[in-house]
Design a protein around this ligand. Structure first.
Ligand SMILES: [Zn+2]
Length: 183
């Protein structure tokens, strides 16, 4: 583990603590730093960018259409809290080579419109105001993905209707991503 800060010139990093046992920073540093730049422009309180490999979200990228509207709609549909916790939905990247500037740039671009960016067959990026809130954001999407994965192979007889998702959004005073509800 380690702690560093980007120098005032924007091109160098200053090690503040750690990495003294041969450890080094994540191979996904470009995606982290570019996502920080993007999210801070959207919301100055978004101090945290977290990357992890949640099992069910990862599984979902193998069996579900990667279209962002469809992917978001399924997550909203498979747990009542989802539309309230992430009304902007999730953005999705197709499989890309990780650890590169290209995936960093693509992730940062997706971060302009959502705090969650799914990497197909790899994992997810989440952004938020602190570690607790960001972990909770990712965990909410992961739980809906788990419910979806349990239901995907059996006939579905019930759902949360779009009119009910709208009711939720109105009650909790959040604005769902434009055009994502079919009303
Ligand atoms: Zn990863």
């Amino acid at each position: 583990m380690g702690l560093f800060r980007i120098g005032k010139d924007g091109h160098t990093a200053e090690l503040l603590w750690g990495y003294n046992d041969g450890g080094r920073f994540t191979s996904e540093l470009p995606a982290h730093l570019m996502s920080h730049i993007t999210r801070l422009k959207v919301d100055p309180d978004n101090h945290v960018v977290m990357h992890c490999h949640p099992t069910n979200l990862l599984a979902m990228t193998y069996v579900h259409d990667l279209d962002e509207k469809k992917f978001t709609h399924t997550l909203w549909e498979f747990s009542t809290e989802c539309i309230v916790v992430f009304p902007d939905g999730v953005n999705v990247l197709p499989w890309m080579l990780c650890g590169t500037n290209e995936i960093g740039e693509a992730t940062a671009k997706k971060m302009e419109t959502s705090r969650l960016v799914v990497w197909a067959a790899h994992g997810i990026y989440g952004a938020g105001k602190d570690l607790d809130e960001t972990f909770g954001l990712i965990e909410t999407a992961e739980k809906a993905a788990e419910v979806y994965m349990k239901c995907a192979a059996v006939p579905q007889v019930n759902t949360i209707k779009d009119s009910e998702l709208k009711e939720l959004a109105d009650f909790f005073k959040v604005t769902p991503r434009e055009g994502y509800l079919n009303l």
